[in-house]
Design a protein around this ligand. Structure first.
Ligand SMILES: [Zn+2]
Ligand SMILES: [Zn+2]
Length: 497
């Protein structure tokens, strides 16, 4: 149990979050806000509205819930593609209905407006990396996104394609998803509801059966299965077998029984039967397994169901056996690995030579290595360091929360100093930064970090290097060394991913 010196006083006055500075609205935004104030005027102005104003005005109308304007905008949308990704958090049943009503007008009268070019609408949340591009002066740069449809072709051809992601939480869908599915089902001859991302958390067999009457399993590229038991996987297996285009599979909290009892021994026979029945994933590129006890001693069988070399392998918060590790460097499907993440998976009781061997084999492709909170000590690191310093493609490295002395941390840094592509590095504060009652000594971290950084800077430039203590058991904060100010600060919501 680690305690930060800050905690005994329980001082709650933290610095204001200064990250959230609103940028001033652009001229385009102001113009559309002005228009939206008068609905009738806005609707009549649409026919003369410059194309480049459409995305901005659509966003404003979506967020403020101007349903009539949204419906009309859909019928005259001047681009082949419309992405609702950025606004998805503002989705209400009313805005959804308004957009779908617009699509209904389109499919009932295909030549309604010569201006309308809409062929596909994307109803998925987009990656965070797009955040911020939309505001500010770069609006025009995002226009190409509305011109072309970047997603790969999935084989189902209809007049209009609606791409979406669906989340089945606690076995059921939210009201918007339910409405969208029903709507698509009633128009299945003219609309292709293309579900790219599916998350199933908790399972109700009837709901899954119903959903797959409407969805094409072939469309699913990204599947997350969460909080399920082995019987659930067994039930889903026929659907998994139809997901021929799956690129990413995440298995999170898969337990052997519904009771989710950790202490119970696994039903070995049941596990083996289930794994042997897993379908072959021909295109899978990313496999993420988190908190799945059944993987222990069965990694070999699990990785056998791959056909294409994996780009990303994450086995986090799991237990691995020595035989699992021994197999890894011999697995033929991971030689082109770009990302290996074993965070929160204890490795202290294992011999890591096979992992070193694996690093050697993937040294030409590996870009990201995460071994944070793996309970690794010096002997474990010693097994990895020779291979690690050959992984010249590495851009991201995370060794946070492993127990290293100052002397040994320096040794690690002499190795990673050779990796000139690194742009993000996170190292643990050495053991010297805690006293014998495990209270964090942040001043020591502050004093030693310049010397540690010098080891790296003697060989190369550093972009984003952090040294951080483990989290305080009381407040969850961790001391992080800030390179700019050369001071340690208590990060109350540290994010290590
Ligand atoms: Zn604390
Ligand atoms: Zn599709």
């Amino acid at each position: 149990m680690v305690i930060c010196p800050h905690c005994p006083d329980q001082d709650d006055s933290f610095e204001e979050d200064t990250m959230n500075i609103n940028s001033p609205p652009t001229l385009m935004k102001l113009a559309s806000q002005r228009l939206l104030r008068e609905e009738a005027l806005a609707i009549s102005a649409l026919k003369d509205l410059p194309n480049m104003l459409f995305p901005v005005m659509f966003e404003e109308a979506f967020i403020d819930g101007h349903t009539k304007i949204l419906t009309t905008m859909i019928t005259v949308w001047p681009f082949p593609y419309l992405s609702v990704g950025m606004m998805i958090n503002n989705l209400t049943l009313d805005t959804l209905k308004a957009v779908l009503e617009g699509l209904d007008i389109l499919i009932s009268k295909p030549v309604l407006s010569s201006r309308c070019k809409l062929k596909a609408i994307n109803w998925m949340d987009t990656a965070h990396s797009l955040h911020g591009i939309w505001t500010g002066s770069h609006e025009v740069e995002r226009l190409p996104e509305f011109m072309e449809q970047k997603q790969p072709y999935c084989g189902v051809k209809r007049e209009l394609k609606v791409t979406t992601r669906l989340k089945l939480m606690e076995g059921s869908l939210d009201e918007c998803a339910t409405y969208l599915l029903q709507w698509a089902y009633e128009r299945e001859n003219s609309i292709h509801l293309c579900c790219r991302k599916l998350k199933i958390q908790g399972l109700t067999n009837v709901t899954v059966t119903e959903i797959f009457k409407i969805l094409h399993a072939d469309c699913i590229q990204d599947l997350e299965l969460c909080c399920l038991c082995l019987e659930d996987l067994d039930f889903l297996n026929p659907y998994l077998k139809q997901m021929n285009n799956l690129l990413t599979l995440s298995l999170v909290e898969i337990k052997d029984t519904v009771s989710m009892d950790y202490a119970r021994n696994l039903d070995e026979e049941k596990v083996i039967t289930l794994i042997s029945q897993l379908p072959t994933f021909h295109y899978l590129q990313e496999l993420c397994v988190s908190d799945v006890p059944i993987i222990k001693s069965h990694l070999k069988e699990c990785l056998r169901c791959l056909k294409k070399p994996l780009k990303m392998l994450c086995i986090t918060n799991c237990a691995l056996s020595q035989s699992d590790l021994d197999y890894l460097p011999y697995c033929l499907n991971i030689f082109e690995l770009k990302c290996l993440d074993l965070s929160d998976t204890p490795l202290s009781h294992l011999l890591l030579e096979p992992l070193g061997f694996l690093l050697e084999r993937v040294r030409h492709s590996l870009e990201c290595l995460k071994l944070n909170s793996c309970e690794m000590g010096e002997s474990q690191f010693n097994a990895l360091l020779p291979a690690l310093s050959q992984c010249f493609q590495l851009t991201e490295l995370n060794f946070y929360d492993n127990k290293l002395s100052l002397l040994f941390l320096k040794k690690v840094l002499y190795h990673t100093a050779e990796l000139s592509q690194l742009t993000r590095e996170l190292y643990p504060a050495p053991l010297e930064c805690y006293d014998n009652r495990d209270v964090i000594l942040s001043h020591i971290l502050e004093n030693i970090c310049p010397e540690l950084l010098d080891i790296l800077r003697a060989k190369r430039q550093t972009v984003n290097v952090s040294f951080a203590t483990t989290e305080c058991s009381n407040c969850g904060g961790a001391y992080v060394y800030d390179v700019e100010t050369q001071r340690c600060f208590l990060d109350q919501t540290p994010l290590w991913d």
